[in-house]
Write a protein of this length. Structure first.
Length: 406
């Protein structure tokens, strides 16, 4: 059942990639044209990226701005957003992409009014302002549109009403689009599952080790009551990679931790590794193809065209945060994990491609190495390792809080 869904999603994704690439070329031209005209103050251009699962609209601005959501679009397919301090004199409109069929800016007495025509079951999920950073010299107001198919309309009226009533304020920081959660949300992703068993060791499959470790980490993180923990799977089920990313984004993840166990042809090779996302993702991922075919799938299904547009915007900041977490993780598991083999190498794993969620992938050790496998199969040692991972999560948020208060 789940397999069928996964295949369907992937096929739709391929079509969307082609559309996204085509649109990207057109967008660059359209963007330059509106920029050159200079007719609109504040508003530089509008760009779109993404596919039929998630679409991102970026409004390039020459100054900071706040936005007010009038309608998230789920009720009738028309999303409306007001940017009171922005001028859209002369108007601006364009063709859509992905879930956005068309968009139009018009000037009203209350400010620039953005209307989006959305696909059925699509809605504005979040918005945020990105200040100039990472080589971009202007502000960007980002609007994320997601698809929520299947029975969502039952609650749609309620959610869109509450969104308006709350008058969601944009966050002035490289922040997540979701409202600030009281508890930090940690998404744990046990690699593989179901008909995708992962690596094979002498005592069994990788997927079972990954799940057991994920459950141990969940227990550790929930002990203090400081975190809300979401698993991408909590049983032996196959979950497509793209779905794992969507789970993280849908949960409003503050941190994403993917747990895997390594394998290789040489039984003497052992040790844990920590990965974060790389610019040269596809090249590096290809090098690990032989070790774990899950990686191959990850690198091959990476939507390069979409990534370039969609992920470029927030990824650099996110990557920095991922690297910070990777450092704390390495420091904590040193001596507790099976002999750290590589650390903080980069790779283009699909599960690490959520654009605004810091993410790392931890290879806990080699199931093809007897000592490592013994370690990973030992519930006590596994728990100790996961406790150390939990400590690194504490470190990471303590550090983030310190930086924010500077
Ligand atoms: Zn794996």
């Amino acid at each position: 059942m789940r397999v069928g869904v996964g295949v369907l999603v992937r096929n739709r994704g391929r079509v969307a990639i082609a559309a996204a690439l085509a649109a990207a070329v057109g967008l660059a031209v359209a963007g330059m044209a509106s920029h050159a005209s200079g007719a609109v103050g504040g508003l530089l251009k509008v760009r779109l990226g993404g596919d039929n699962q998630q679409t991102r609209l970026v409004v390039d601005l020459d100054r900071a701005a706040s936005g007010k959501l009038i309608s998230d679009g789920l009720a009738d397919g028309h999303a409306v957003l007001l940017l009171p301090t922005v001028s859209a004199a002369g108007g601006l409109q364009g063709a859509g992409q992905g879930l956005v069929k068309a968009w139009a800016f018009e000037q009203t007495p209350a400010g620039a009014r953005l209307q989006l025509d959305l696909s059925p079951d699509a809605k504005i999920k979040g918005r945020f302002l990105l200040p100039p950073a990472d080589g971009v010299d202007h502000y960007r107001y980002v609007v994320d549109v997601v698809s929520q198919p299947g029975g969502v309309r039952l609650t749609s009226t309620k959610s869109s009403v509450s969104a308006v009533a709350l008058k969601l304020r944009p966050e002035i920081a490289p922040a997540r689009a979701t409202p600030v959660a009281l508890k930090k949300v940690i998404v744990i992703d046990p690699g593989h599952g179901g008909h995708d068993p992962g690596a094979l060791g002498a005592q069994g499959y990788e997927k079972d080790v990954n799940l057991a470790a994920a459950l141990a980490l969940k227990a550790r993180l929930e002990r203090q009551g400081r975190y809300r923990v979401v698993l991408t799977r909590d049983d032996d089920t196959y979950v497509p990679l793209a779905e794992r990313v969507r789970i993280a984004q849908g949960a409003g993840a503050d941190l994403f931790i993917s747990l895997h166990s390594d394998s290789g042809p040489d039984a003497t090779v052992r040790g844990a590794s920590v990965y974060t996302l790389s610019e040269k993702a596809s090249n590096r991922a290809a090098r690990f193809v032989k070790q774990d075919d899950w990686f191959m799938k990850a690198s091959l299904t990476g939507d390069r065209g979409v990534q370039d547009i969609l992920f470029d915007l927030t990824q650099r900041a996110t990557k920095n945060r991922s690297a910070v977490f990777a450092q704390t993780l390495v420091a904590r598991i040193e001596g507790k994990a099976p002999l750290l083999r590589r650390s903080q190498r980069d790779a283009g794993f699909m599960v690490l491609l959520a654009p605004d969620v810091p993410a790392v992938l931890l290879e806990m050790g080699f199931v093809t190495n007897p000592e490592d496998e013994q370690f990973l199969r030992d519930p006590l040692k596994r728990s100790q390792l996961m406790n150390a991972v939990g400590d690194s999560v504490d470190d990471y948020f303590a550090q983030a809080t310190r930086l924010a208060s500077r």
